[in-house]
Design a protein around this ligand. Structure first.
Ligand code: NAD
Ligand code: WQD
Length: 339
């Protein structure tokens, strides 16, 4: 019998790709999303892509009865992958209460349901933002929390702390926090990808929107950093690889003893740093398009350089990134052209 996995935020960028990989691995994903940052057409495209009708609940997880509604319909949920959150760093600075409320109360409601209905396997979307600017690179999971510059980042740190406390005291809940680096790309089919609302603040959607003519010019924020070409360095991870890390995590948790508590966190990145200017050159080269860009001043709050040490996830979960930054930029461009 295949196992039901509840995917919160499953119509979003990373959630939708994870739904596909769960189906590929023989799981039965169930989606809950309030469509705050996603669209129903993602569900249609998931059906076209996978040939499966995926159960979907349009609910806000901040409502205390949302989980009850799902559980009444879906018996025997075996695990939860919790993507649902607001994710804009900038917006969180201007609307901190909205971010704390949405990201923390939805998490608490989902965890209460785990306790009440004995759902023991839980995967949490965390972020490399919890490290701030690390002193030592590549950054590993033993590194202490850094200077987190935004309410959004705080919700990830607080989320991890809540999960540690809860897992330990529960005696039975098993949790993995995945600290994503910079997820980019799209599904190679061009049917699902990132759907930024308004002006994108992330680099890759800004690049593809500039290349296609939706934006006049890409601004490169700073070329005077202490890096080889002066632009910031990030660890860009293909969203399909990232999605597979969630399947590995669920699989790992399922194979741990029942009725034991467990908490651990893992970096999910490629282990390689790519600078903003390198990424732009790579985009132009693999897609044979010219990008109109200009170097401007630094963006406030940007980290200079961060990339992941990935030994832990590779040794413990047996996961490694397989796709390259070029693959991600090809897929992101294919997605933009089909939008
Ligand atoms: P996304 O906005 O595309 O997806 C999140 C989904 O959650 C959206 O579809 C939204 O409608 C839904 N949602 C939000 N609040 C909800 C609520 N209260 N109830 C029900 N649904 C709700 O974002 P994403 O890029 O797919 O990110 C997924 C997760 O990964 C988030 O937790 C995010 O913080 C985390 N993360 C993202 C990145 C990134 O760069 N994309 C990096 C690190 C961590
Ligand atoms: C990458 C680089 C910019 C746009 C954010 C969150 C982080 C995580 C991932 C969720 C930076 C530069 C960007 C542009 C540019 N999300 N850039 N021109 O800032 O690494 O991380 O998303 O957890 O928490 O902070 O990602 O894509 O915004 O920027 O030059 O128009 O591209 O300065 O160096 P970032 P990003």
């Amino acid at each position: 019998m295949s196992k039901k996995i509840l995917v919160t935020g499953g119509l979003g960028f990373i959630g939708s790709h994870t739904v596909v990989e769960l189906l590929n691995a023989g799981y039965e994903p169930i989606i809950v999303d309030n469509l705050h940052n996603s669209e129903l057409k993602v569900l249609d495209n998931l059906t076209i892509l996978t040939g499966k009708k995926i159960p979907f609940y349009q609910l806000d997880l901040c409502q205390t009865d949302a989980m009850q509604t799902i559980i009444n319909e879906e018996k025997n949920i075996n695990g939860i992958i919790h993507f649902a959150a607001l994710k804009s760093v900038n917006e969180s600075v201007n609307f901190p209460l909205q971010y704390y409320k949405n990201n923390i109360s939805s998490l608490l409601n989902v965890l209460e349901a785990c306790q009440t209905y004995n759902i023991q396997n839980f995967v949490f979307s965390s972020s490399c933002t919890v490290y701030g600017q690390p002193e030592k690179l590549p950054v590993n999971e033993l590194t202490e929390y850094g200077n987190i510059a935004s309410p959004y980042g705080n919700t990830k740190k607080i989320g991890e702390e809540i999960l540690k406390d809860f897992a330990q005291i529960s005696g039975k809940i098993k949790v993995i926090s995945l600290r994503y680096f910079n997820p980019v790309g799209a599904h190679s089919s061009g049917l699902i990808g990132e759907l930024p609302k308004g002006v994108p603040s992330n680099l890759v959607p800004f690049i593809t929107q500039t290349a296609i003519g939706k934006r006049a010019e890409l601004k490169v924020f700073g070329d005077d950093y202490n890096t080889p070409d002066g632009s910031c360095i990030r660890d860009f991870i293909h969203v399909v690889d990232l999605a597979k890390a969630h399947v590995k995590s669920i699989n790992y948790l399922e194979n741990l003893n029942q009725n034991t508590s467990f908490y651990d966190d893992f970096n999910v990145g490629t282990g390689r740093g790519t600078s903003v200017l390198e990424l732009i050159n790579c985009f132009e080269e693999v897609n044979q398009v010219k990008l109109n860009y200009k170097i401007v001043g630094r963006r406030e709050g940007d980290i200079e350089n961060i990339y992941a040490e990935t030994h832990k996830i590779s040794n413990v979960l047996g996961w490694k990134s397989e796709l390259s930054v070029s693959d991600a930029l090809k897929d992101a461009w294919n997605w933009e052209m089909k939008l």
